[in-house]
Design a binder for this molecule. Structure first.
Ligand code: URA
Length: 204
């Protein structure tokens, strides 16, 4: 009987997973990246947010959503009354994919194969966290979760029941908002993003 007792605490399991992710060589993206960026947040979080991949700032710091897209996300979370430190935040792909351009590193979208490879880690995060609500930030996260690509307008802003009584909720990626050049349109999209996060709170 002694042996059947759980000897590994969830905190250990979280640390072990982070270590495994950091050592990942399953695809070539680890080569040029500074480090893997693992998920962050309490292991008993009920809501899990999934982005695309770390950006330049995240790659250097080793933490998700701390750059410009992270600021848009933080603003959305706080207006919806969602405390960031109660959520589990992660990315579909754990290494930064980029193209060197002089001294800059330009973000490159991960392809379907890279997303599929990295799904291995997303599954492990699901097993560990067992979230009730999963928020896909953008099409890449949706693709990682479902294997499908769909127009954003077909899938966003409504709860989609998935396995184990879990709800999936899709919204845009915050970096998409930052890339909108027209100030009016950007403001409108920011507002819609905020409304989506408010809808997540109502689901909860
Ligand atoms: N964009 C993402 O999708 N994830 C991050 O962690 C940062 C920017």
């Amino acid at each position: 009987e002694e042996k059947s007792r759980t000897l590994v605490t969830p905190a250990d399991a979280g640390a072990a997973l982070a270590q495994e992710i950091s050592a990942c060589r399953r695809c070539p993206l680890h080569g040029p990246a500074t480090q893997a960026v693992c998920g962050e947040g309490p292991l008993d979080a009920e809501i899990m947010l999934i982005g695309e991949q770390p950006g330049d700032r995240e790659d250097l710091a080793g933490r998700p959503f701390i750059g410009p897209a992270g600021q848009v996300l933080d603003e959305g979370l706080s207006q919806a009354g969602l405390a960031r430190d109660r959520l589990y935040l992660t990315n579909a792909v754990k290494h930064f994919k980029y193209e060197p351009r002089g001294k800059r590193r330009l973000h490159k979208r991960p392809d379907a194969g890279e997303v599929r490879h990295c799904r291995w880690w997303l599954e492990k995060e699901f097993e560990l966290i067992r979230p009730k609500i999963v928020v896909a930030l953008g099409g890449t996260a949706y693709q990682a979760l479902t294997g499908e690509t769909k127009p954003m307008e077909e899938i966003r802003s409504m709860p989609i029941p998935v396995d184990e009584g879990r709800m999936l909720f899709v919204t845009v990626h915050p970096a998409y908002i930052l890339r909108i050049p027209e100030p009016d349109k950007q403001a409108r999209e920011r507002q819609r993003f905020h409304e989506d996060l408010q809808a997540v709170v109502r689901l909860h």
